[in-house]
Design a protein around this ligand. Sequence first.
Ligand SMILES: C[S@@+](CC[C@H](N)C(=O)[O-])C[C@H]1O[C@@H](n2cnc3c(N)ncnc32)[C@H](O)[C@@H]1O
Length: 187
Amino acid sequence: MNIIRAVKTYLRSKFGGSDKSRWSSDDSLNPNWDERTIMLGRYIRPGDRVIEFGAGKMALRNVLPEGCTYLATDIVSREPGMLAVDLNQLPLPDLGKHDIAVFSGVFEYLTDVSAVLSVVGPMVNRIAASYMVFENKPDVVRRRANGCVNDYTEAGFIELFGPLGFSLTDKAQWKQQVLFYFEKKGS
Ligand SMILES: C[S@@+](CC[C@H](N)C(=O)[O-])C[C@H]1O[C@@H](n2cnc3c(N)ncnc32)[C@H](O)[C@@H]1O
C-alpha cells in the first residue's frame, strides 16, 4: 500500500534518517539504473580522482576513463573496498580530496541535502548527480512510497549548489530524472 509506505518514509526521515534495512538487501538495486550511472560517467575525465556516494553495485567502476582512481561509498559496504558512509549521519569521516563526486539516484534519500553539500563541496571541484525533480513526479505520496524524502524542483535543486561555488554547466535527461553536472569556476 502506497500510503503506508509513504507514512513510514515520512516518519523515518523525521526521526531516524536512513532506510538501512532496505539498502542492505542487494534486491533493492535495479540493474536498469546502471544506464543512468554510465551517463553520469561521461563527465569523468582521464586521470580524475573519483568519489561516488551511494555507489550501489559500482557500475561506474567499469566505465572510468584511463588513469582514474575510484573511491566507492554507500550506506552499506557491499564488497571489499567500498566504504560505509551514511549521508544522513553527519559529520562524515575524512574522505580526502577528489576531482569529481558522483551521486546516481542518491539525493532523493537524503534528509538534509544542503548539509551534505556543505561537507562534500569542499572535497571536490565537480559534481555529477541525478535527481527526480518535483515537476516530473509531483505526487508526494508516490515520492514518499518510493523512499524519496525531499521534493526539490529543478530550479530549487540547482540553487543548493550555488553557495558552495558550483555552477551548472551541463544537463541531460534519463527517463523522468534530470542529470546535472556542476563545476567550480576554473576547474
Ligand atoms: C536508487 S539506489 C542507486 C544505486 C546506484 N547509485 C545506481 O545508480 O545503481 C540508491 C543508493 O543510495 C544508497 N543510499 C541510500 N540512502 C543513503 C544514505 N543515507 N547514505 C548513503 N547512501 C545511501 C543506497 O544504498 C543505494 O545504493
